[in-house]
Design a binder for this molecule. Structure first.
Ligand code: CDP
Ligand code: CDP
Length: 228
């Protein structure tokens, strides 16, 4: 029986974090936690209720009165707000365009970080986001900072898209670069590689190669933990 550890995966949009984190979790029989889905669900809710990101007090008050749950699901993970499944709404262009604005609100971040830490208390968690290795789980036994060129990341996202959305590859690249910049330049827990994170450029790696690399790295760490 190997000791359970926590695994933090951070990086910019389209790097492959959620795909890989979910597969690593499944291989290790760990729980996958998608923190981006929490920021997205909150953004969708605020937009639906006409609460703008400038109205920080109202955002905080609203989120404090909300029950946010993540539930494992065959195709990844479900987000429930006050018991209602909002997963189908959180990946829209409208949410994409504003999520990084809401994610700059310091008090909102504190609230979500607290929830995320609670989810990782019993270990055996693979968590992905932007600030997991630096802020949410600074003591995680494994930290990966995953990236890829912005061209490759835009192309990956483009392939996922429904043609009906009518968005071009160039537009996607601009959107992603803009979101990267907002995430990297914000004052509270910006997107940054933790000093002790493994840097992984996946531009020329396929999904299986990345999953294999991270899983074997984790297994080595678990063995190390056991011997201590
Ligand atoms: O899947 P994708 O990489 O496009 O984004 P995501 O992981 O779903 O995160 C959406 C947005 O939420 C990011 O662009 C960040 O602005 C914010 N986020 C964050 O600030 N901190 C996290 N731990 C996770 C997401
Ligand atoms: O979570 P994040 O935004 O970092 O990326 P993702 O949503 O997991 O991955 C974006 C897309 O890239 C997905 O369609 C993956 O299947 C694809 N991908 C890939 O083609 N090669 C990789 N090495 C990783 C992901």
């Amino acid at each position: 029986e190997q000791n359970r550890i926590n695994i933090a995966i951070d990086g910019p949009a389209g790097a492959g974090k959620s795909t890989v984190a979910r597969m690593v979790a499944s291989r290790l029989q760990y729980i996958y936690v998608d923190t981006g889905a929490m920021y997205r669900a909150v953004t969708w809710y605020m937009q639906s209720h006409g609460i703008s990101a400038e109205n920080e007090q109202k955002v905080l008050q609203t989120v404090q009165n909300m029950v946010i749950e993540l539930k494992p699901h065959e195709s990844g993970q479900m987000v429930l707000l006050n018991g209602e499944d909002v997963t189908p709404f959180i990946r829209s262009q409208k949410v994409n365009s504003e999520v990084s604005r809401y994610a700059q609100i310091e008090d909102l971040r504190h609230h979500l970080v607290h929830l995320q830490r609670m989810m990782a208390l019993s270990k055996g968690v693979v968590m992905d986001g932007r600030d997991i290795g630096t802020t949410v789980l600074p003591a995680a036994e494994v930290k990966i900072f995953m990236t890829a060129s912005v061209k490759e990341r835009a192309l990956r996202r483009f392939k996922e898209l429904d043609k009906a959305e009518g968005i071009t590859l160039e537009q996607l690249e601009t959107d992603i670069a803009r979101r990267d910049r907002l995430d990297e330049e914000r004052e509270v827990s910006p997107l940054r590689r933790a000093e002790d994170a493994v840097f992984l450029d996946t531009t020329d790696m396929n999904i299986d190669e990345v999953v294999e690399y991270i899983t074997s790295f984790c297994r080595t760490r678990m063995d190390g933990e056991k011997e201590q």
